[in-house]
Design a protein around this ligand. Structure first.
Ligand code: AMP
Length: 325
Protein backbone atom coordinates (compact mmCIF):
# COMPACT_ATOMS: atom_id res chain seq x y z
CA UNK A 1 0.00 0.00 0.00
CA UNK A 2 1.27 3.49 -0.73
CA UNK A 3 0.54 6.86 0.85
CA UNK A 4 -1.69 8.09 -2.02
CA UNK A 5 -3.97 5.05 -1.70
CA UNK A 6 -4.31 5.72 2.02
CA UNK A 7 -5.17 9.38 1.45
CA UNK A 8 -7.87 8.41 -1.06
CA UNK A 9 -9.40 5.82 1.28
CA UNK A 10 -9.40 8.37 4.13
CA UNK A 11 -11.18 10.87 1.87
CA UNK A 12 -13.75 8.25 0.83
CA UNK A 13 -14.48 7.58 4.50
CA UNK A 14 -14.99 11.30 5.18
CA UNK A 15 -17.65 11.93 2.53
CA UNK A 16 -21.33 10.86 2.46
CA UNK A 17 -21.54 11.51 -1.28
CA UNK A 18 -19.10 10.29 -3.87
CA UNK A 19 -19.25 10.79 -7.63
CA UNK A 20 -17.01 8.71 -9.89
CA UNK A 21 -16.05 10.01 -13.35
CA UNK A 22 -14.14 8.64 -16.36
CA UNK A 23 -12.95 9.84 -19.75
CA UNK A 24 -15.00 10.57 -22.85
CA UNK A 25 -15.49 7.76 -25.38
CA UNK A 26 -15.21 5.12 -22.67
CA UNK A 27 -13.40 1.84 -23.14
CA UNK A 28 -13.49 -1.31 -21.01
CA UNK A 29 -10.98 0.07 -18.54
CA UNK A 30 -12.83 3.36 -18.00
CA UNK A 31 -16.18 1.63 -17.51
CA UNK A 32 -14.83 -1.35 -15.56
CA UNK A 33 -12.81 0.77 -13.13
CA UNK A 34 -15.58 3.28 -12.39
CA UNK A 35 -18.44 0.78 -12.07
CA UNK A 36 -16.15 -1.69 -10.26
CA UNK A 37 -15.07 0.89 -7.67
CA UNK A 38 -18.72 1.97 -7.27
CA UNK A 39 -19.61 -1.66 -6.52
CA UNK A 40 -16.87 -2.03 -3.90
CA UNK A 41 -17.76 1.25 -2.20
CA UNK A 42 -21.52 0.60 -2.21
CA UNK A 43 -21.01 -2.82 -0.62
CA UNK A 44 -18.61 -1.46 1.96
CA UNK A 45 -20.44 1.76 2.79
CA UNK A 46 -24.18 1.15 2.23
CA UNK A 47 -25.15 4.41 3.95
CA UNK A 48 -23.18 6.58 1.52
CA UNK A 49 -24.58 7.79 -1.82
CA UNK A 50 -22.10 6.65 -4.46
CA UNK A 51 -22.75 7.28 -8.14
CA UNK A 52 -21.00 7.01 -11.48
CA UNK A 53 -22.17 9.87 -13.66
CA UNK A 54 -20.88 10.82 -17.10
CA UNK A 55 -22.09 12.58 -20.22
CA UNK A 56 -21.52 10.03 -22.98
CA UNK A 57 -21.95 6.33 -23.57
CA UNK A 58 -20.36 3.55 -25.61
CA UNK A 59 -22.18 0.55 -27.09
CA UNK A 60 -19.03 -1.55 -27.07
CA UNK A 61 -18.83 -1.68 -23.29
CA UNK A 62 -22.54 -1.20 -22.60
CA UNK A 63 -22.86 -4.84 -21.52
CA UNK A 64 -20.77 -4.09 -18.44
CA UNK A 65 -23.56 -2.14 -16.77
CA UNK A 66 -25.20 1.21 -16.41
CA UNK A 67 -24.27 4.47 -14.81
CA UNK A 68 -26.40 6.80 -12.69
CA UNK A 69 -28.68 9.71 -13.47
CA UNK A 70 -27.36 13.25 -13.30
CA UNK A 71 -28.07 14.96 -9.96
CA UNK A 72 -28.63 18.65 -9.15
CA UNK A 73 -25.46 20.74 -8.99
CA UNK A 74 -25.65 20.90 -5.17
CA UNK A 75 -25.10 17.15 -5.03
CA UNK A 76 -21.70 17.49 -6.70
CA UNK A 77 -20.79 20.52 -4.58
CA UNK A 78 -21.05 18.39 -1.43
CA UNK A 79 -19.39 15.33 -2.93
CA UNK A 80 -15.95 13.84 -3.23
CA UNK A 81 -15.17 13.41 -6.92
CA UNK A 82 -12.99 10.53 -8.12
CA UNK A 83 -11.82 10.69 -11.73
CA UNK A 84 -10.39 7.41 -13.01
CA UNK A 85 -8.40 6.61 -16.16
CA UNK A 86 -8.25 10.21 -17.43
CA UNK A 87 -4.90 11.95 -17.92
CA UNK A 88 -6.14 15.49 -18.53
CA UNK A 89 -9.12 17.43 -17.19
CA UNK A 90 -10.43 18.28 -20.68
CA UNK A 91 -10.90 14.53 -21.32
CA UNK A 92 -13.26 14.04 -18.36
CA UNK A 93 -16.63 13.04 -19.76
CA UNK A 94 -18.78 15.02 -17.31
CA UNK A 95 -17.86 18.70 -16.83
CA UNK A 96 -19.64 18.61 -13.44
CA UNK A 97 -16.51 17.02 -11.99
CA UNK A 98 -15.26 20.57 -11.42
CA UNK A 99 -18.15 21.25 -9.01
CA UNK A 100 -16.99 18.62 -6.52
CA UNK A 101 -15.82 19.78 -3.11
CA UNK A 102 -12.62 17.80 -3.46
CA UNK A 103 -11.26 15.72 -6.30
CA UNK A 104 -9.05 12.61 -6.52
CA UNK A 105 -7.34 11.45 -9.70
CA UNK A 106 -6.56 7.75 -10.17
CA UNK A 107 -4.80 7.02 -13.44
CA UNK A 108 -2.21 4.94 -15.29
CA UNK A 109 -1.62 7.26 -18.29
CA UNK A 110 1.45 9.40 -18.83
CA UNK A 111 0.66 12.35 -16.51
CA UNK A 112 0.43 15.27 -18.92
CA UNK A 113 -1.49 17.42 -16.43
CA UNK A 114 -1.88 17.48 -12.65
CA UNK A 115 -5.49 18.18 -11.73
CA UNK A 116 -7.55 17.54 -8.61
CA UNK A 117 -6.58 17.76 -4.94
CA UNK A 118 -5.16 14.25 -4.56
CA UNK A 119 -3.43 12.20 -7.24
CA UNK A 120 -2.54 8.57 -7.41
CA UNK A 121 -0.89 7.99 -10.79
CA UNK A 122 1.09 4.88 -11.66
CA UNK A 123 2.17 4.90 -15.27
CA UNK A 124 3.62 1.41 -15.16
CA UNK A 125 0.22 -0.19 -14.39
CA UNK A 126 -1.35 -2.12 -17.26
CA UNK A 127 -4.79 -0.59 -16.57
CA UNK A 128 -6.69 1.64 -14.19
CA UNK A 129 -8.66 -1.47 -13.28
CA UNK A 130 -5.40 -3.00 -12.07
CA UNK A 131 -5.08 0.02 -9.76
CA UNK A 132 -8.63 -0.44 -8.46
CA UNK A 133 -7.82 -4.12 -7.87
CA UNK A 134 -4.62 -3.09 -6.04
CA UNK A 135 -6.64 -0.60 -4.00
CA UNK A 136 -9.06 -3.32 -2.96
CA UNK A 137 -6.18 -5.72 -2.20
CA UNK A 138 -4.40 -3.12 -0.05
CA UNK A 139 -7.47 -2.64 2.17
CA UNK A 140 -8.96 -6.12 1.91
CA UNK A 141 -9.72 -6.20 5.63
CA UNK A 142 -11.90 -3.10 5.35
CA UNK A 143 -13.37 -3.20 1.83
CA UNK A 144 -15.94 -5.64 0.42
CA UNK A 145 -16.20 -7.01 -3.10
CA UNK A 146 -18.67 -9.27 -4.89
CA UNK A 147 -18.60 -11.22 -8.14
CA UNK A 148 -20.20 -8.36 -10.13
CA UNK A 149 -17.56 -5.82 -9.08
CA UNK A 150 -14.77 -8.37 -9.57
CA UNK A 151 -16.06 -9.08 -13.09
CA UNK A 152 -16.11 -5.37 -13.99
CA UNK A 153 -12.56 -4.84 -12.80
CA UNK A 154 -11.32 -8.04 -14.42
CA UNK A 155 -12.97 -6.99 -17.72
CA UNK A 156 -11.05 -3.71 -17.71
CA UNK A 157 -7.78 -5.48 -16.95
CA UNK A 158 -8.35 -7.93 -19.79
CA UNK A 159 -9.28 -5.32 -22.39
CA UNK A 160 -6.66 -2.68 -21.58
CA UNK A 161 -3.80 -5.15 -21.49
CA UNK A 162 -4.65 -6.73 -24.87
CA UNK A 163 -5.81 -9.87 -23.04
CA UNK A 164 -2.74 -9.79 -20.73
CA UNK A 165 -0.44 -9.51 -23.73
CA UNK A 166 1.22 -6.08 -23.43
CA UNK A 167 4.59 -5.52 -21.82
CA UNK A 168 2.94 -3.52 -19.02
CA UNK A 169 1.57 -6.81 -17.66
CA UNK A 170 3.56 -7.89 -14.60
CA UNK A 171 3.46 -10.67 -12.04
CA UNK A 172 1.49 -8.27 -9.86
CA UNK A 173 -1.10 -7.85 -12.67
CA UNK A 174 -1.61 -11.60 -12.77
CA UNK A 175 -1.75 -11.95 -8.99
CA UNK A 176 -4.45 -9.25 -8.83
CA UNK A 177 -6.32 -10.87 -11.74
CA UNK A 178 -6.11 -14.19 -9.85
CA UNK A 179 -7.58 -12.55 -6.77
CA UNK A 180 -10.54 -11.34 -8.86
CA UNK A 181 -11.04 -14.75 -10.51
CA UNK A 182 -11.28 -16.27 -7.04
CA UNK A 183 -14.42 -14.17 -6.54
CA UNK A 184 -16.10 -16.29 -9.23
CA UNK A 185 -15.76 -14.30 -12.47
CA UNK A 186 -17.49 -16.15 -15.33
CA UNK A 187 -14.75 -15.87 -17.96
CA UNK A 188 -16.72 -17.78 -20.64
CA UNK A 189 -19.51 -15.26 -20.46
CA UNK A 190 -17.18 -12.28 -20.36
CA UNK A 191 -15.07 -13.40 -23.33
CA UNK A 192 -18.20 -14.18 -25.35
CA UNK A 193 -19.15 -10.51 -24.98
CA UNK A 194 -15.67 -9.42 -25.97
CA UNK A 195 -15.25 -11.68 -29.01
CA UNK A 196 -18.69 -12.05 -30.58
CA UNK A 197 -18.94 -9.91 -33.69
CA UNK A 198 -22.09 -9.05 -35.53
CA UNK A 199 -22.39 -9.63 -39.23
CA UNK A 200 -21.80 -6.00 -40.22
CA UNK A 201 -18.60 -5.73 -38.22
CA UNK A 202 -17.19 -8.76 -40.00
CA UNK A 203 -18.10 -7.12 -43.30
CA UNK A 204 -16.18 -4.06 -42.14
CA UNK A 205 -13.21 -6.27 -41.31
CA UNK A 206 -13.22 -7.55 -44.89
CA UNK A 207 -13.46 -3.95 -46.12
CA UNK A 208 -10.46 -2.93 -43.99
CA UNK A 209 -8.28 -5.74 -45.41
CA UNK A 210 -9.39 -4.78 -48.89
CA UNK A 211 -8.77 -1.04 -48.58
CA UNK A 212 -5.95 -0.55 -46.06
CA UNK A 213 -2.79 1.07 -47.34
CA UNK A 214 0.85 0.86 -46.34
CA UNK A 215 3.29 3.78 -46.17
CA UNK A 216 6.84 3.46 -47.46
CA UNK A 217 8.32 2.21 -44.17
CA UNK A 218 5.37 0.12 -43.02
CA UNK A 219 2.63 2.21 -41.41
CA UNK A 220 -0.67 0.46 -42.17
CA UNK A 221 -3.67 2.78 -42.27
CA UNK A 222 -7.32 2.92 -43.20
CA UNK A 223 -9.76 5.79 -43.62
CA UNK A 224 -13.43 5.07 -42.99
CA UNK A 225 -15.70 7.88 -44.05
CA UNK A 226 -19.31 8.37 -43.03
CA UNK A 227 -20.66 6.91 -46.27
CA UNK A 228 -18.84 3.61 -45.57
CA UNK A 229 -20.13 3.55 -42.00
CA UNK A 230 -23.65 4.06 -43.39
CA UNK A 231 -23.19 1.41 -46.08
CA UNK A 232 -22.25 -1.23 -43.48
CA UNK A 233 -24.89 0.09 -41.06
CA UNK A 234 -22.23 0.64 -38.41
CA UNK A 235 -22.31 2.83 -35.36
CA UNK A 236 -19.34 5.16 -35.02
CA UNK A 237 -18.01 2.98 -32.19
CA UNK A 238 -18.20 -0.15 -34.36
CA UNK A 239 -16.31 1.64 -37.13
CA UNK A 240 -13.65 2.71 -34.62
CA UNK A 241 -12.90 -0.96 -33.89
CA UNK A 242 -11.23 -1.07 -37.33
CA UNK A 243 -7.86 -0.21 -35.81
CA UNK A 244 -7.71 -3.64 -34.17
CA UNK A 245 -7.97 -5.45 -37.51
CA UNK A 246 -4.51 -4.28 -38.58
CA UNK A 247 -2.60 -5.33 -35.46
CA UNK A 248 -0.72 -8.36 -36.76
CA UNK A 249 0.84 -7.32 -40.05
CA UNK A 250 4.47 -8.35 -40.24
CA UNK A 251 6.95 -5.43 -40.44
CA UNK A 252 4.10 -2.98 -39.97
CA UNK A 253 4.93 -1.77 -36.47
CA UNK A 254 2.51 1.15 -36.56
CA UNK A 255 -1.12 1.01 -37.66
CA UNK A 256 -3.66 3.80 -37.71
CA UNK A 257 -7.41 4.06 -38.25
CA UNK A 258 -8.98 7.36 -39.30
CA UNK A 259 -12.71 7.43 -38.69
CA UNK A 260 -14.87 10.31 -39.84
CA UNK A 261 -17.27 11.62 -37.17
CA UNK A 262 -20.72 13.07 -37.74
CA UNK A 263 -19.35 16.60 -37.36
CA UNK A 264 -16.81 15.98 -40.16
CA UNK A 265 -13.77 15.79 -37.86
CA UNK A 266 -11.65 12.64 -38.06
CA UNK A 267 -10.91 10.50 -35.02
CA UNK A 268 -7.42 9.02 -35.17
CA UNK A 269 -6.59 5.79 -33.37
CA UNK A 270 -2.86 4.99 -33.38
CA UNK A 271 -1.39 1.68 -32.32
CA UNK A 272 2.14 0.27 -32.42
CA UNK A 273 4.41 -2.48 -31.17
CA UNK A 274 8.04 -1.99 -30.05
CA UNK A 275 8.13 1.63 -31.30
CA UNK A 276 6.41 4.43 -29.32
CA UNK A 277 3.74 6.43 -31.09
CA UNK A 278 2.39 8.86 -28.49
CA UNK A 279 4.70 11.69 -29.63
CA UNK A 280 3.02 11.62 -33.06
CA UNK A 281 -0.44 11.82 -31.42
CA UNK A 282 0.75 14.69 -29.21
CA UNK A 283 1.94 16.67 -32.23
CA UNK A 284 -1.71 16.65 -33.37
CA UNK A 285 -3.15 17.68 -30.01
CA UNK A 286 -3.81 14.14 -28.82
CA UNK A 287 -2.01 11.77 -26.48
CA UNK A 288 -2.29 8.47 -24.67
CA UNK A 289 0.10 5.62 -24.06
CA UNK A 290 3.45 4.73 -25.64
CA UNK A 291 1.85 2.21 -28.01
CA UNK A 292 -1.86 3.22 -27.99
CA UNK A 293 -2.74 6.83 -28.58
CA UNK A 294 -5.48 8.95 -30.07
CA UNK A 295 -6.03 12.34 -31.64
CA UNK A 296 -8.48 14.27 -33.80
CA UNK A 297 -7.61 15.77 -37.20
CA UNK A 298 -9.58 17.94 -39.58
CA UNK A 299 -9.36 17.07 -43.25
CA UNK A 300 -7.23 14.97 -45.53
CA UNK A 301 -4.25 17.30 -45.51
CA UNK A 302 -3.73 16.86 -41.78
CA UNK A 303 -4.34 13.13 -42.13
CA UNK A 304 -1.59 12.85 -44.75
CA UNK A 305 0.79 14.87 -42.60
CA UNK A 306 0.16 12.58 -39.63
CA UNK A 307 0.80 9.48 -41.75
CA UNK A 308 4.07 11.04 -42.99
CA UNK A 309 5.13 11.75 -39.38
CA UNK A 310 4.32 8.19 -38.33
CA UNK A 311 6.26 6.90 -41.33
CA UNK A 312 9.32 8.97 -40.40
CA UNK A 313 9.06 7.73 -36.82
CA UNK A 314 8.96 4.13 -38.05
CA UNK A 315 11.83 4.65 -40.51
CA UNK A 316 14.00 6.08 -37.69
CA UNK A 317 13.08 3.20 -35.41
CA UNK A 318 13.85 0.51 -37.97
CA UNK A 319 17.16 2.10 -38.80
CA UNK A 320 18.41 2.16 -35.22
CA UNK A 321 16.84 -1.01 -33.79
CA UNK A 322 16.99 -4.71 -34.45
CA UNK A 323 14.85 -7.67 -33.53
CA UNK A 324 11.48 -6.14 -34.34
CA UNK A 325 8.75 -8.09 -36.12
P1 AMP B 1 -8.28 5.20 -28.31
O1 AMP B 1 -7.73 5.00 -29.65
O2 AMP B 1 -9.39 6.23 -28.28
O3 AMP B 1 -8.63 3.93 -27.62
O4 AMP B 1 -7.15 5.88 -27.42
C1 AMP B 1 -5.98 5.22 -27.04
C2 AMP B 1 -5.40 5.93 -25.85
O5 AMP B 1 -5.13 7.29 -26.17
C3 AMP B 1 -6.35 5.99 -24.66
O6 AMP B 1 -5.60 5.80 -23.50
C4 AMP B 1 -6.94 7.36 -24.70
O7 AMP B 1 -7.25 7.82 -23.42
C5 AMP B 1 -5.84 8.18 -25.34
N1 AMP B 1 -6.42 9.22 -26.19
C6 AMP B 1 -7.28 9.05 -27.21
N2 AMP B 1 -7.61 10.21 -27.80
C7 AMP B 1 -6.93 11.18 -27.13
C8 AMP B 1 -6.84 12.59 -27.23
N3 AMP B 1 -7.51 13.27 -28.18
N4 AMP B 1 -6.05 13.23 -26.35
C9 AMP B 1 -5.35 12.57 -25.42
N5 AMP B 1 -5.38 11.22 -25.26
C10 AMP B 1 -6.16 10.52 -26.09
Amino acid sequence: MNEQMKVILDKIKTYDRIVIFRHKRPDGDAVGSTLGLRGILRLTYPAKEIIVNNSDYSDYVGFLGSEDETRPDEFYAEALGIVIDTATSDRVSNPRFSLCKELCKIDHHIPKETYGDYQWVEEHRSSSCEMVAAFYAAFKDELKIDVDSATLIYAGMVTDSGRFRFRSVTGETMRLAGMLLDEGVDTDHLYAHLYMKDFNSLKLQAYVYDHMKMSEHGVAYIYINRATQKKFKLTFEQACAAVGYMDSIKDSLIWIAFIESDDGSIRVRLRSRFVTINQVAEKYGGGGHDCASGATVHGRKEMKALIADADTRLADYKESNEGWL
